[in-house]
Design a protein around this ligand. Structure first.
Ligand SMILES: Cc1ncc(COP(=O)(O)O)c(C=O)c1O
Length: 444
């Protein structure tokens, strides 16, 4: 283990020093930060640039970044940068409701090659939230097209599917609730066990029974779809029991209910495989992916469906096709960035690396459990979670880590480490040492 983890950052590339106070003052005056209390000052950490798994702030301090949910290739990856520049100078975009372009076709084909057979039609949008909205609209439309309308959805009460009205209507998380009624009926499944127990094999029958009750067997009230994340990210950094997706697929099949997987966070290597669906050999009817698809270089999300879902849209009564899209859907530069990101993922086997590094890190961090306010250590691929006794304790761990040059994320009482998938062995050792030190400093 590399104890001198703060010194492992490469030398800061030379950049002109900004007027740091002016930069911070401008941010405080004009930028409305997402999901942030008005009293908080996000400009305290103002970033300047990044390289690999490191970022630098405007004061020149280096940080190991284990906070970037969408980072696959890390910062300033030359292959992705080249692809962005080349596509921008050739054809930056053209509206896909009017014409086609090569990057969209290449990317949709590439995704089909990674997904189970039959999942080979992709709609591109700009964010995970939009992708999720489109997925739900497709599921409900599917039943209308078949002449057997269903609109009810089954999901986790602690799910997070996005910030749009529909996606946030599904969840009961206090931060994302709103004042309007959900546009469709929703049956929400509460977690039957604490997260520390839920990740175990023994939890599987208990969790499945809860979903079976939620689906029900009333032929007049069957759900259009069950919609789940393979790992509850915002809902508490919850790892689900192995086999859950496979068994949930079987439950859905028993009533013909569609299975919509929200892999916005888990896909493209983060979960230790290209898709969580592939870890369990599951074929969903609809799969939403985003974050790692372009590694965060540009906004893009993909909604990939089985041919059986797609083909019903020929029966749409208004245009005989999909009545949905955005002017920037399938943006050519975004598709090119995603293709380059996939090149890196495939060539460097980043999903395999995430699995190997993630399980090594989990082994190193596991002894923290029980020591001074640590309730559980869990993970999936390169998502590492240290659940503490309280949100206040988790905040203190994050603050301590940041003082020492390590950026982490907080989800309630849980501390989450999500480094870029290109992090190397030395970086992973530095992450383990930094996280251990921050936890023991604060909680030990
Ligand atoms: C599982 C999941 N679904 C959907 C979303 C929403 O994606 P976006 O923020 O790109 O709209 C997120 C974002 O964190 C997510 O984690």
């Amino acid at each position: 283990m590399n104890a001198s983890w703060t010194t492992s950052a490469p030398a800061r590339p030379a950049l002109p020093a900004p007027d740091t106070e002016a930069v911070r003052a401008r941010d405080r005056r004009h930028v409305w930060h997402t999901w942030t209390p008005l009293a908080a000052d996000r400009s305290a950490l103002t970033l300047s640039h990044g390289s690999g798994h490191h970022v630098w702030d405007i004061d020149g301090r280096a940080y190991l970044d284990a906070s970037a949910l969408n980072s696959t290739c890390g910062y300033a990856h030359p292959h992705v940068l080249r692809a962005l520049a080349e596509q921008a100078s050739r054809l930056h975009h053209f509206d896909l409701s009017v014409a086609g372009h090569e990057p969209a076709g290449l990317l949709a084909e590439r995704l089909a090659g990674h997904l189970p057979p039959g999942m080979d039609k992709t709609l591109f949008v700009n964010s995970g939230s939009e992708g999720f909205d489109a997925a739900v609209m497709m599921a409900v439309s599917y039943w209308a097209h078949l002449g057997r309308p269903r609109s009810r959805l089954v999901t986790f009460a602690r799910s997070y599917h996005g910030a749009t009205l529909l996606s946030r209507s599904l969840s009961t998380l206090p931060r994302s609730t709103h004042l309007l009624d959900p546009p469709v009926p929703v049956t929400r499944v509460e977690l039957p066990l604490e997260p520390a127990l839920l990740r175990r094999e023994e939890a599987l029958p208990v969790l499945l029974a809860a979903f079976e009750r939620a689906i029900g067997d009333d032929p007049d009230d069957l759900p259009a779809a069950v919609v789940v994340e393979p790992f509850l990210n915002v809902g508490g950094a919850v790892v689900l029991p192995p086999g859950f997706l496979r068994e949930l697929r079987a439950l859905c099949d028993a009533t013909g209910t569609l299975l919509v997987l929200d892999e916005v966070f888990t896909a493209y290597g983060r979960c230790g495989a290209m898709f969580a669906a592939r870890r369990e050999d599951v074929t969903p009817d609809v799969l939403v992916s985003s974050k790692g698809l372009s590694g965060g270089y540009v906004p893009i999300a993909a909604v990939t469906v089985g041919q059986h879902v797609h083909d019903t849209f020929g029966r749409d009564p208004v245009i005989g096709g999909l009545r949905y899209g955005h002017t920037t859907s399938g943006h050519a530069v975004a598709c090119a960035a995603a293709l380059a990101t996939l090149d890196v993922l495939e060539k460097e086997d980043l999903p395999g690396r995430a699995e190997r590094l993630g399980s090594g890190l989990l082994g190193e961090l596991a002894p923290l459990t029980g020591a001074g306010g640590v309730v559980d250590v869990r993970g999936l691929g390169l998502i590492l979670v240290v659940e503490t006794a309280s949100p206040e304790l988790a905040t203190r761990v994050l603050t301590r880590a940041r003082e020492r040059g390590l950026l982490l994320r907080q989800v309630g009482a849980a501390v989450m480490a999500v480094p870029p998938l290109v992090i190397d062995d030395e970086g992973a050792a530095a992450l383990a040492a930094g996280l251990t030190e921050a936890v023991t400093d604060v909680a030990g």
